[in-house]
Design a protein around this ligand. Structure first.
Ligand code: UD1
Length: 419
């Protein structure tokens, strides 16, 4: 078992390079299953979710060549099975993208229910509704999903709720369908645009990704033979932006798309931080106690739920009482109990939490309940006085490349210890 030990307080200063987006990469890898050929993917984040995604692809018959820790070539010409390995797919949420991709390519898939962060109920009814409207038979029995189709037929699909996963999954299944599919009330996150750009580079015809209407004209096949670079991770960039504010630091965050960070930038300005926007880099600094602010998490371009715990650390140190309303997930305030062990004063009731700002946090042993909660605890440990031990860091390793090295390079006193 490993833990992270952070000793603070430290004002983070310097430059940090952002990796490729986890949530784009975990969809692009299964999307390669639609290609009858090879493709090369660059700027893959070196995180455990990607390593497991690659293992799943190999079990399905793909051949993967690693050029370095962030670049692979995948040959998906010859797939050998339509049964996905349950021991691997149960390890993370995005394994459900195999359903859309394999339905499109092979017309059949058997896969276990996906795992992932425990953020409350995570139904997949909108995914299933989309597959069924395209003509697939889908059944869920004893923890397994079976989906089968002779030939998927393009159609109109209205999503009852805005879902990142359902939008991408249905888009994957429609790429090789006959005719045109229109997804209405689609999610608009940057990683949806990135997956569509990847598929279009490989020969698909997808229009409107990034708006709430996506039109997919089915094509006969995807040929691949191209190289694609994954978009920078907006959540990792936002994590460092908020770390700069929480620690009253000064960070230049490089290799990001600042357009994707507008809601985070707006909130940082509201709490009294400073932001300088260079388009592909962003400088964030703060030299005073943050002011209180109220936040409601929303689908993109609203404030991302995946940055809610990180901004929670900032608000726990603000002047006055702030309110966060979490509108996406039912159980995303588990981290507040850990922050309270460090001296924060947070009370949560259902999907609302009240942050009564304190002057200081103090080091304590804490547990990471999920990926972004873990990132928030690293920030809290950096700002806190004394030593913070963070347990359950496998959650953090699922989504952040070299987190301790990146924090150490900007001044944090952080080390990974095996016990
Ligand atoms: C993705 C992200 C996750 C992020 C979330 C919201 C990945 C791998 N994960 O998760 O980090 O927190 O978007 O930005 O990209 N819902 C249904 N039925 C469905 C699907 C979703 O009711 O069929 C609900 C969910 O319970 C949730 C809301 O819709 O309340 C949004 O979920 P969704 O956007 O699908 O999240 P994920 O794709 O699972």
């Amino acid at each position: 078992m490993e833990k992270l030990v952070v000793t603070g307080p430290t004002r983070l200063k310097g430059e940090v390079e952002i990796s490729g987006a986890k949530n784009a990469a975990v969809a692009i890898l299964p999307a390669t299953l639609l290609i009858n050929g090879t493709c090369t993917i660059e700027n893959l984040p070196n995180i455990s979710d990607i390593k497991i995604s690659c293992e799943i692809l190999e079990k399905l018959g793909a051949k993967i060549t690693w050029h370095n820790k962030n670049c692979i070539t995948i040959d998906t010409s010859h797939l050998t099975t339509t049964k996905a390995p349950m021991d691997l797919t149960s390890k993370f949420r995005a394994s459900y993208y195999i359903i859309g991709a394999m339905l499109g390519r092979m017309g059949e898939i058997e896969v276990g229910m996906p795992g992932g962060c425990k953020l409350g109920a995570r139904p997949i009814d909108q995914h299933i509704k989309g597959f069924e409207l395209l003509g697939a038979n889908v059944s869920v029995e004893k923890g397994k999903i079976y989906a089968k189709a002779n030939k998927l037929q393009g159609t109109s699909i209205y999503m009852d709720i805005v879902s990142v996963g359902a939008t991408i999954n249905v888009m994957l299944s429609a790429v090789l369908a006959k005719g045109t599919t229109v997804i209405d009330n689609a999610a608009k996150e940057p990683h949806i645009v990135d997956v569509a750009n990847f598929l279009n580079t490989m020969g698909a015809d997808i229009r409107g990704a990034g708006t709430d209407v996506i039109k997919i004209n089915g094509v006969e096949k995807l040929c691949g033979n191209a190289t694609y670079s994954v978009v920078p991770d907006q959540i990792e960039a936002g994590t460092f932006m908020l770390a700069a504010v929480a620690t009253k630091g000064d960070l230049l965050i490089k290799n990001c798309i600042t357009k994707h960070l507008e809601s985070t930038t707006a909130k940082i300005l509201e709490v009294g931080g400073n932001v300088e926007d260079f388009g592909d880099a962003i400088r964030v600094w703060c030299d005073k106690k943050p002011c209180k602010a109220n936040i409601k998490t929303l689908p993109y371009p609203g404030f991302p739920t995946d940055l809610q715990p990180q901004i929670g650390v900032v608000l726990s140190l603000a002047n006055g009482t702030s309110i966060i309303n979490e509108s996406i997930w039912d159980s995303r305030f588990q981290y507040t109990e850990e922050l309270n062990k460090m001296g924060a004063k947070i009370t949560s009731h259902g999907k609302t939490a009240f942050f009564e700002g304190v002057d200081k946090l103090y080091g304590a042993p804490v547990c990471s309940s999920d990926l972004r909660a873990g990132a928030a605890l690293v920030i809290a440990g950096t700002v806190a006085e004394g030593m913070t031990e963070i347990y359950n860091i496998e959650h953090i390793d699922r989504g952040y490349e070299n987190i301790e090295e990146k924090f150490r390079n900007i001044g944090a006193n952080i080390k990974r210890i095996s016990e």
